[in-house]
Design a protein around this ligand. Structure first.
Ligand code: CP
Length: 335
């Protein structure tokens, strides 16, 4: 059964108008994003990295939580689609004087913003905003609490598909602090929707959600046992800022059991790829020589994030324009 968050993000014809969660989307929707992202790779490699798909539109980046990769790649993606971009510095905005999230939003809407890219520490923040915006406005979730980080999951799927092509043949190991990871949750949904052969969630009991197997993964507490026959190894950051109690003895002990070391990576397939959404903590969840090594595609993930976010923004804006007017130009956007 679809949840309210799944319902609110779709137009009547099933196209995305907001992008709040991977949950509830089908393979066709995810493949549309991946195929569209592929079409933007060439744009990003040209001398003039611009297409006019969002010309005349205004995108507001609203980041209530710190970010390096997501904020900057959303900004680049919007600019490469020719949108005007507002980066709202929340720490110096009127939010610090007590203005509510909704009032900040209403003021930005009064400035005719067309899209809000939202990162917030509260799970459900992007859904809350999406349920209050005007019909012409699209909301993209750039990470909400421990709930969801759907654009990160899609850029990860993009990187996997470019390196490995067929999800049905893949064994993917996700290792680390899955309990606090919005990225892992979104990745697991996306991998399952795309038909991945096997997904293994690895970590100490204290860092795995109790009901994790209900998401369609195998659970393993021993990383060495999980790695053989693996095509894709995804490391996750220990999210100490979200740990309310001591869930680990020490970082050294965690690294000894779950760190992605050269020796451990040798247990996976020889052509296995190593991924991490970033930021990485070297020597805590990943050895520096693995992060920088030949099997690592960590920076390729970041690069692909621009094309993937261009795809999501252009699809959502195009669908909103279509649903409001019913007429489209060849570019996919309304005149
Ligand atoms: N992966 C990710 O969300 O990184 P940032 O926190 O730097 O955006």
């Amino acid at each position: 059964m679809a949840t309210a968050t799944q319902d609110i993000q779709l137009c009547d014809d099933g196209g995305l108008k907001h992008f709040l969660t991977i949950e509830g989307l089908n393979k066709q929707r995810l493949t549309e994003i991946l195929d569209t992202a592929e079409s933007f790779v060439g744009v990003n490699n040209k001398a003039t990295k611009k297409v006019p798909l969002l010309r005349g539109k205004t995108v507001a980046n609203l980041f209530f939580e710190n970010s390096t990769r997501t904020r900057t790649t959303f900004e680049l993606a919007a600019k490469r689609l020719s949108a005007d971009v507002l980066n709202i510095n929340v720490s110096v905005s009127a939010a610090s004087k007590g203005e509510t999230l909704l009032d900040t939003l209403r003021n930005l809407q009064a400035m005719q913003c067309d899209m809000f890219v939202v990162r917030h520490s509260a799970s459900g923040a992007a859904h809350f905003i999406a349920s209050h915006v005007e019909p012409h406005v699209s909301v993209i979730n750039a990470g909400d609490g421990q709930h969801s980080h759907p654009t990160q999951a899609m850029l990860d799927m993009f990187a996997i598909r470019r390196n490995k092509s067929d999800f049905a043949k893949l064994k993917v190991v996700i290792v680390g602090d899955i309990l606090h990871s919005r990225v892992a949750r979104s990745q697991i949904h996306a991998l399952n929707i795309l038909g991945t052969r096997e997904i293994v969630a690895v970590g100490p009991k204290t860092l795995l959600p109790e009901n994790i197997s209900e998401l369609g993964v195998t659970v393993e507490h021993n990383l060495e046992k999980a790695l053989p026959d693996t095509d894709v190894v995804i490391g996750l950051r220990l999210q100490k800022e979200r740990m309310r109690s001591a869930l680990l003895s020490t970082e050294d002990e965690y690294f000894r059991s779950y760190g992605l070391t050269e020796d451990r990576i040798k247990l996976a397939k020889p052509d296995a790829i190593v991924m991490h959404p970033g930021p990485t903590n070297r020597g805590v969840e990943i050895e520096a020589s693995v992060a920088d090594g030949p099997q690592s595609i960590i920076l390729e993930q970041v690069t692909g994030g621009i094309a993937t976010r261009m795809a999501i923004m252009s699809i959502a804006m195009g669908n909103i324009e279509k649903s409001l007017s019913g007429s489209r130009t060849d570019s996919g956007l309304v005149n």
